[in-house]
Write a protein that binds this ligand. Structure first.
Ligand SMILES: [Zn+2]
Length: 156
């Protein structure tokens, strides 16, 4: 389900609420997928910790969990822009990184890459590059929080 919040404002909130991939993580993700995307296009909600070892989970844990359930080809089809050369966005300086905001309220399994514990968590706020544009997915509770904050930003 695609949502219609002001994407520039959503991007400001997403930067506050998520961590980007580290340079190591994006290097591994790009190598596995055979693509060339920027670290700030892969982001995961801050403050989500492993139940067992307490380490903060990252987009890398989410990515590695995804490739246990989907083929590399499926993931690559999802994240590579079919219309342009995969490397083209490297030169894209547009600060408005979000092209699609999607609502997702399912649970998904995520495995901690430190201790190997798999947690079935309610959907988290995350971002990945997508073939139709850069995608932000978030659960309904975060969407409502964003909508309230954007309403406040509009009022001041
Ligand atoms: Zn852990």
């Amino acid at each position: 389900m695609e949502m219609n919040l002001d994407k520039n404002k959503v991007w400001k909130l997403v930067k506050q609420e998520t961590n980007p991939a580290t340079s190591y993580e994006i290097g591994v993700i790009n190598t596995i997928l055979g693509i060339k995307k920027r670290a700030d296009e892969w982001r995961f909600q801050k403050g989500i910790h492993c139940y067992r070892c307490s380490r903060e989970l990252t987009i890398f844990d989410f990515f590695l969990s995804s490739i246990q359930h989907h083929s590399i080809k499926e993931i690559k089809d999802l994240v590579v822009n079919n219309l342009k050369d995969p490397g083209q966005r490297e030169q894209d300086d547009d600060p408005n990184l979000i092209d699609y905001v999607e609502l997702a309220d399912n649970t998904s399994p995520i495995t901690c890459s430190n201790c190997g514990t798999t947690m079935n968590l309610m959907h988290k706020l995350y971002m990945h590059p997508g073939y139709k544009g850069r995608v932000i997915r978030m659960p309904g509770n975060i969407y409502r929080k964003f909508a309230e904050k954007i309403q406040y930003m509009n009022s001041i």
